[in-house]
Design a protein around this ligand. Structure first.
Ligand code: FAD
Length: 367
């Protein structure tokens, strides 16, 4: 197991690479860039972390991770695989697709990723980035440790600090807004269908995007996605739970509720690989699926690409190499963005009910 510390002072005052954010994007960036030289990976929260998430791992993600190891059995929950199912709740329509996910415990998955890092990578939790100053020959990063602010320098900085990235903001790149998400962990009093149900219902109001239900061993996650600036999302989530429980008596008591933010991508300008010596990976760079809300595979893909670009290029050429290697992914996001207005419209949601399941499945696989 890779050792990490919380709140400590970095061991050096100069690194080849500093990575901010120990999510999948940051860990993979640290892993790749460790082939170039010294790496410091910091996160503002204590490690191991516990990020609010549905824990649906796209099957293809395992392909990206195969060179590093096999998912440990202990982090896979029952049912091991779940397929995406489109549900129009009010009209009683259910369309099961072939899009399949591995059902993981997200905290366990994130901790396993950190364990893949070589010992040479220094990992510190409770050590937020406060600011940074970029020069032509490198970057000075100010971190907050338990002893107060500390400056370290690096040749390249990777901002992998998620939906509300401070690195992105400091670069002056317009920040995308964020969805408000709520997740309840609900005790299961009987088995529910082994699907990742994405549920449209009309009575919750215009600020409500969709809800999702997924079984996770002895509990189920019931999540809701609300548009930015939604007022009283907690009341709306209670309403969603009430509606679901009326037809799903298996959904028992809620054991825990958590709130989080997810990127609300709107335009192609929201996806940006960085500036100068600073790279942006994962949600910080606007890399996630605007249509399915899936972000783990995008974070792993871009984190790996950032790490490989650092390992293979001179510091001044890293951004160009990284931008080139994520060009395909950027195009993929652009394509999905074109579908988004239709998918989010009430017409789109209504028409989806008439589309044959095989076509919904095909479209979902591509989106
Ligand atoms: C409720 C919810 C459910 C989701 N479900 C799924 C799902 O089932 N499948 C899927 O593929 N995706 C899902 N996603 C999306 C997925 O969780 C993210 O896209 C993914 O975690 C992004 O990875 P990342 O490494 O870019 O950022 P994150 O995982 O967000 O990590 C960023 C890290 O940066 C740290 N940080 C922030 N600011 C600073 C700072 N100033 N200094 C230091 N560290 C900082 C944070 O503490 C955090 O640990 C879900 C998202 C939400 C909100």
């Amino acid at each position: 197991m890779h050792q990490h510390a919380n709140g400590t002072h970095p061991a050096l005052n100069a690194y080849d690479t500093v990575v901010v954010g120990a999510g999948p994007a940051g860990v993979m960036a640290a892993l790749g860039s460790s082939r170039r030289g010294s790496v410091l990976l910091v996160d503002s929260v204590a490690l191991p972390r516990d990020k609010s998430c549905g824990g649906m791992l796209h099957e293809l993600t395992q392909k990206h991770l195969a060179p590093f190891g096999v998912l440990p059995e202990g982090i896979i929950l029952e049912p091991r695989h779940v397929n995406f199912r489109y549900v129009d709740w009010d009209r009683g329509i259910r369309k099961a697709t072939e899009l399949r996910f591995v059902n993981v415990d997200r905290a366990g998955f994130d901790d396993w990723l950190v364990s893949l890092l070589p010992k040479s990578v220094e990992v510190i939790g409770l050590c937020p980035l406060v600011s940074f100053a970029s020069r032509t020959d490198g970057v000075t990063v100010t971190l907050r440790t338990s002893d107060g602010p500390v400056d370290v320098t690096c040749a390249n900085l990777v901002g992998a600090d998620g939906a509300r990235s401070s690195v992105r903001r400091a670069l002056g790149i317009g920040t995308a807004s964020s969805y408000v998400t709520l997740q309840d962990y609900v005790h299961l009093e009987g088995a529910i269908d082994p699907f990742f149900d994405c549920i449209y219902m009309r009575g919750i109001g215009d600020e409500f995007g969709y809800a999702y239900v997924v079984p996770k061993g002895e509990v189920a996650i019931v999540g809701s996605v609300f548009y930015p600036k939604t007022k009283r999302p907690g009341d709306k989530q209670d309403q969603v739970l009430d509606v679901l429980r009326r037809s799903m008596p298996q959904l028992g008591e809620s054991l825990k509720r958590e709130a989080c933010a997810a990127l609300h991508l709107r335009t192609t300008a929201d996806t940006r690989p960085g500036y100068g010596r600073v790279l942006l990976a994962g949600e910080a760079g606007g890399f996630m699926s605007p249509t399915s809300g899936e972000g783990i595979s995008y974070a792993i893909h871009t984190g790996l690409a950032a790490g490989e670009a650092i390992a293979a290029s001179e510091p001044d050429d890293v951004l160009a190499a990284y931008s080139a290697s994520v060009e395909g992914l950027t195009r993929d996001i652009r394509r999905r963005l074109r579908w988004l207005p239709f998918m989010e419209s009430s017409t789109g949601k209504y028409l989806a009910g008439f589309v044959p399941t095989s076509i919904v499945s095909k479209v979902t696989m591509g989106l």
